[in-house]
Write a protein that binds this ligand. Structure first.
Ligand code: HEC
Ligand code: HEC
Length: 303
């Protein structure tokens, strides 16, 4: 009895043990059926995530190599010389202040356009569109639409695109005629004569200053000193200009005003000579003679 009970107990225990083992096995199999795909799915998600990140990394790397690829590849056809030359002339008046005469950028102002991967990646149409809209909200300093020159025509912009292609790949740049600064227009000469009150010599300085201003200073200070939002201040009716004599202004313009200068109010650099090292003292004095004509009725025109 006790044996039987023991036996039955043993047997029950044995059965139970056996069943437990099987249940564990079945449970393991089921959980395996769920776990393995779940783990697999997890791994797949992780892989896809990694793949996506990797694709972004590769795309970013390739985008960052656009200019390198351009110059390592076969050269494109030579660029049309007339458009390239016109583009260079427009560049030297509209873009030089921020991007430099060699287009390699100016510290604290515009970036290099020569090695720009952005430029290399854009189609001609995209680049044209970029010039129209600029990048006015970039920090610490933006690029104004059309570089602050609303007067640039579609043809000027198309020529700039051609010139930038040549900057990026010198193999495509045709030999350009020498660059010469534009002479004052008839309108500029007439208004200079008026401002000078008929004094022909003074009128000559003012007209020259007008032309120089509208090439070197206009990008940041706007046409006729109206100012450009986010860049230079207005120079028309300007207290600072009125407060200084010609020598004082000459000294200021030659030196500029760095963003760390305590007198700087915009946090943006006024580059020495407006970023145009080719300007002589006489050139700057001409610009000053022109600036005097923008100071309203109380101005002390003259040099
Ligand atoms: C007032 C200064 C200023 C003037 C003038 C200016 N730019 Fe810029 N430009 C900038 C700044 C600043 C940037 C970079 C903005 C940023 O941080 O993304 C820039 C960026 C660019 C870029 C994009 C470069 C890149 O790699 O992202 C191109 C192209 C360009 N400028 C072309 C021109 C051309 C052509 C002109 C003349 C029509 C011009 N710019 C005039 C300030 C200027
Ligand atoms: C790349 C942009 C840039 C160019 C080009 C430039 N300036 Fe400026 N200029 C500035 C900025 C920015 C300031 C204001 C700096 C500050 O915050 O005090 C300034 C300030 C001045 C001031 C002082 C105004 C004041 O109220 O304090 C004068 C004068 C001036 N510029 C003249 C010129 C002349 C003349 C040229 C051309 C030969 C020129 N600038 C070219 C950016 C420029």
């Amino acid at each position: 009895m006790s044996t039987a009970r023991t036996h039955s107990t043993q047997s029950a225990a044995g059965n139970a043990g056996h069943d437990g083992y099987r249940e564990t096995l079945v449970a393991a199999m089921f959980s395996g059926l769920i776990l393995v795909p779940a783990l697999g799915l997890g791994a797949l998600v992780m892989y896809n995530d990694w793949r996506a990140k990797e694709d972004i990394r590769i795309a970013a790397y390739e985008a960052s190599q656009a200019h390198e690829r351009l110059i390592a590849g076969p050269a494109g056809p030579s660029l049309p010389v007339q458009l390239a030359a016109h583009g260079r002339d427009v560049f030297m008046s509209a873009c030089v202040a921020c991007h430099g005469a060699d287009a390699k950028g100016v510290q604290g102002l515009g970036k290099t356009l020569v090695e720009s991967d952005f430029v290399a990646r854009q189609s001609d149409d995209e680049l044209h569109h970029f010039l129209v809209v600029g990048r006015p909200n970039a920090t610490p300093i933006g690029m104004p639409p059309k570089g602050g020159r609303p007067d640039l025509t579609e043809n000027d912009l198309a020529a700039l695109v051609v010139y930038m292609r040549g900057l990026q790949d010198p193999r495509r740049m045709p030999e350009l005629p020498a660059w010469a600064a534009a002479a004052p227009s008839a309108t500029q000469q007439a208004s200079a004569m008026q401002a000078a009150g008929g004094d022909a010599e003074l009128a000559k300085y003012i007209a020259s200053g007008d032309t120089l201003y509208h090439t070197t200073c206009v990008a940041c200070h706007g046409p006729a000193g109206a100012g450009v939002k986010g860049n230079g201040k207005a120079l028309a009716n300007n207290e600072f200009i009125r407060s200084l004599d010609d020598d004082g202004l000459l000294a200021f313009i030659k030196q500029g005003r760095s963003p760390t200068d305590p007198k700087n109010t915009t946090g943006i650099q006024m580059p020495p000579k407006g970023g145009n090292p080719a300007m002589s003292d006489d050139d700057i004095l001409d610009v000053i003679a022109y600036l005097r004509t923008l100071q309203g009725p109380t101005s002390t025109a003259g040099k």
